[in-house]
Ligand binder design. Sequence first.
Ligand SMILES: [Cu+2]
Length: 437
Amino acid sequence: MTSRRKFLTLTGASAVSAAVVADVAYAGTAAAPRRAESAPSQPQGYVPVQTLNGWTLPYVMKNGVKEFHLVAEEVDHEFAPGSRAKCWGYNGTTPGPTIEAVEGDRVRILVTNCLPEHTSIHWHGIILPSGMDGVGGLNQPQIQPGETFAYEFTLRQHGSQMYHPHADEMTQMAVGMMGMFIIHPRDGEVVPIDRDYCLLTHNWALHPGTYRPDPAVMVDFDLWTFNSKVFPAIDPMVARTGERVRIRMGNLSMWNHPMHLHGVQFWVTGSDGGRWPTAQWRPEATEIIGVGQVRDIEFIAVPGDWAFHCHMSHHTMNAMGHDVPNPLGVDQSEIQAQIRKLLPGYMAMGRYGMAEHQEHTDSGHMRGPENTLAMMVGKGPYGNIEMGGMFTTVKVRDDLARGDYSDPGWYDAPPATIASRISRDPNFGNPVRRKPG
Ligand SMILES: [Cu+2]
């Protein structure tokens, strides 16, 4: 297949108009005017992936082999200011750095184990010889503390893959050992990508007041993360109006995550099976990333600040109790007075909903346990955002320079396009209602 870049070089302007036609066909109802030029040329031959809040592992070329070096080790990780933990990861971070290469590359990955127990690495979704698949005990001996193993194979596919231990997996993944492995297509992208983001979803049982995630928990987690960060510490994804953006989303957590993006219909275009043939792309507003799965979505950026989050509403909260009595609609004034005799300053909450939690925690008079984030956090230009966990924004601006990934601040929406108050009277208007019952 002739690469898109070569194609443009060879045939010039006629190819540009073909590109516009192709993009309209694939952009669906999300279509915004698209720039006619191709993606910027990169020294590596691809648009490098941006690991949200993370980084890409450098390699050295040795006799035609790309050599990477991962170190499995304990890391002192911050989920957001106010919550840290002793986690395990690679090369100083959780998730570990993204490995990025090109279909056809020969790669060698050295893995040094600086953990207190043995480990291994499974290259999740990658086609390779059985002995390189990384299941400790099945494909190889475990990598003992202090040892370095070498994995070497040729990349025979493209797509969004992952890596994680296949040794004491329940513990090692629960405390943060994971990473993404991005393989770009050898012949370039059929439809060029302007900005390419990747993230791993995860869950953590970091109980209030503690500093080490609990691997024994199966369903009732405290923190829900993109690349091991919670909102508001998750970077925004930024783009310029009309750019084609891809978000590659992997899931090594214990729950499925229905990922929802506001403002556009995106196309689901790929997975660990690579970028799918265009006939298989489908428009969605929410896409479930099942446990162990990867999904790629693409969209044409439209200006604004757009929420991007998991649609499991408890996954967009930080630490919270799940086994508390339901206070909704309950007059607690009497019990509050009783409890205050024992606990001065005690405040009953939740009668009118949970949003007051953020008011109380933000004002500083309701302090939670140490090292524990408030359930709802975040400030926007119009007030509290009342989110946590798996939430961030896609910020699209007309004037963003190409390749600029810095946070442009809040969107300055044209005044006539913002929802606004027209009355303070609860009996305003004459809305159609049905009788209850
Ligand atoms: Cu979720």
